[in-house]
Design a protein around this ligand. Structure first.
Ligand code: 3PG
Ligand code: CO
Length: 556
């Protein structure tokens, strides 16, 4: 296919073996006591930074550099891996939904028209993450969608909330539920019967990903569709308060599923035949499983008990290959011609691996939210099963060493031109907010890097190490002006479970790196989208013309 044929690089040879390591949630920050990476034992990453400054630099991984609406938007794995794999910056779901809501175009599209087929009698159900994190969804978008839907004629609306505490502070769900109740109250004043119908924490209800644990989706299905859950309350605020009273250590992410019932004890909003359903998250990875359960007539991942005949639309198209869901309100970024597709058309063989909880990041998201492979012979995707259970502070080493050993083996085999991995610890343990555990996770990450770099050394290959966004390098909330850590009323430091706006490091090296290759100095604002051109060069090809420029130059 000519369109994908790349010109040979004028100076860099073909045939190099590249170890491409993506650290998840690994940014660069002031080295204080809340920086888990600084606190960890990271001799390899320290060595790379200090001994070869011309082969180490920082990259932007948040805001406009990854297609997010504002510079206040922290990075995340979807926008990060999209940019890394695609080599270009695309306006991401968050921005596209903003535009569509502001102009009202969202109500004119096929997706909303389909949803409106539930009128005049059907209830509209909105399911999604209640948060202003801007990673999977946004509170203000939900509020606009609620008001707009009422205007479009829905007389009965039910919201099924998933509490966050992962992209935003633990405990903030109370505030978001109150904001939601205020909006619903306004709608009721205008004659729309609008209520919260069910809830639960995102990590226990609905928002699993990469088929790690279908029970999480089943918990949500039972509460939202069937109106069945282990806990019943007459209001969502009451649910959040009571459940935390019973279990004071509970993080918002882990609320058990609950349903809201009326005075007679009847669930106020199960999903019934003839209803409309919208999943209002714009981000794909943690909506794909629910979308399958709602959209697919044939489905065997759990017993749905009842499969209502509904008009279902996603906020976005979540999987471009599967065309899932069939109906959606806003078109996603058109991320095509990604680096993976170029590599297979130019004969480059890639071996790709991560553990389950991040597996889709280096495959599905890397390829522009497209499931499957570009080639069965030139690509091999290897998944290492993640430990089951929901909180990685209990096993912060995760599968880092197992991934590294497999990657080393693949690299040593000589069969693969690119060996690509995602090491998840900084992010997955960072999201628990447990600083000590995150330190352990970062130490394990550096050990895994050592295993892979030793192999690069042994085989005479090239390596590139970077990260998708910050997380572990800052575990405390800070005063935005002074940077000083913030304490709560009890005098405890406020834990930061979320990602950050920090830049991420990138390092290149290895005995196979051609002499004179170094980072150029004229791209001080480079970001994740500049990485793909760089590794395409290291494979011996010129990058596609529309990709962001390469980070490297060759000096004599
Ligand atoms: C999650 O989905 O776990 C968080 O909201 C974001 O983390 P990720 O972007 O690193 O996956
Ligand atoms: Co994360």
């Amino acid at each position: 296919d000519d369109k994908f044929k790349l010109a040979p690089h004028p100076k860099l040879p073909k045939g190099k073996k590249l170890m491409l390591i993506i650290l998840d949630g690994w940014g660069e920050q002031i080295p204080d006591e809340f920086n888990a990476i600084h606190r960890a034992q990271t001799p390899i990453m320290d060595y790379l930074k200090t001994t070869a400054p011309e082969k180490w630099r920082l990259l932007k991984a948040h805001g406009a550099a990854v297609g997010l609406p504002t510079e206040e938007d922290m990075g995340n794995s979807e926008v990060g891996h999209n940019a890394l794999g695609a080599g270009r910056i695309f306006k991401q779901g968050a921005s596209l939904v903003d535009t569509s809501l502001e102009s009202g175009a969202i109500y004119e599209g096929d997706g909303f028209k389909y949803v409106k087929q539930a009128l005049p009698n059907g209830t509209l159900h909105l399911i999604g993450l209640l948060s202003d994190g801007g990673v999977h969804s946004r509170m203000d978008q939900l509020q606009m969608l609620l008001k707009g839907s009422a205007k479009q004629g829905f007389k009965r609306i039910r919201v099924h909330v998933l509490t966050d505490g992962r992209d935003v502070a633990d405990g903030s769900s109370l505030k978001f539920v109150q904001m939601l109740e205020d909006t619903l109250g306004e709608l009721r004043q205008d004659g729309c019967d609008a209520q919260i119908a069910s809830g639960g924490g995102r990590m226990r209800v609905i928002m699993d990903r990469y088929e790690n644990d279908w029970n999480v989706v089943k918990n949500g299905w039972d509460a939202q569709v069937l109106g069945e859950a282990p806990h019943r309350f007459t209001s969502c605020l009451e649910a959040l308060k009571k459940l935390k009273e019973d279990d004071p250590g509970l993080n918002d992410q882990y609320y058990p599923p609950f349903v809201i019932v009326d005075e007679s004890g009847k669930p106020v909003g199960p999903i019934l035949d003839g209803d409309a359903v919208v999943t209002f998250n714009f981000r794909a990875d943690r909506m794909v499983m629910l979308a399958k359960a709602l959209d697919h007539e044939d489905f065997d991942k759990f017993d749905r008990v009842r499969y209502p005949k509904i008009y279902y639309a996603g906020m976005l198209l979540y999987d471009a290959e599967l065309n899932l869901p069939t109906h959606y309100l806003v078109s996603p970024p058109q991320i095509s011609e990604t680096s993976g597709e170029y590599l297979v058309h130019n004969g480059i063989k890639s071996w790709v691996c991560s553990e389950t909880v991040k597996f889709g990041h280096v495959t599905f998201v890397w390829n522009g939210n497209r499931s499957g492979q570009f080639s069965d012979t030139l690509e091999k995707y290897v998944q290492i099963p993640s430990d089951q259970g929901i909180s990685f502070d209990k096993n912060p080493e995760m599968k880092a060493i197992a991934i590294a050993e497999k990657a080393a083996e693949a690299f040593r085999s000589g069969e693969w031109d690119q060996v690509r991995v995602n090491i998840a610890n900084g992010d997955m343990v960072g999201h628990t907010g447990n600083l000590e555990a995150t330190i352990v996770g970062c130490t394990a990450t550096d050990k895994a890097i050592k295993i892979m770099l030793d192999t690069v050394e042994e085989v005479g290959g090239v390596f590139m190490i970077t990260a998708d966004h910050g997380n572990a390098e800052d575990m405390v909330k800070r005063n935005p002006k002074t940077g000083a850590p913030i304490k709560d009323k009890q005098g405890n430091y406020q834990i930061l479970t979320s990602h950050t706006c920090a830049p991420v490091p990138i390092a290149i090296g290895g005995p196979g790196l051609p002499k004179g290759v170094q980072f150029r100095q004229d791209l001080p604002n480079a970001g994740l989208a500049n990485v793909a051109s760089t590794f395409i060069n290291l494979h011996g090809f010129e990058a596609p013309a529309d990709y962001e420029p390469t980070l490297i130059e060759i000096v004599d």
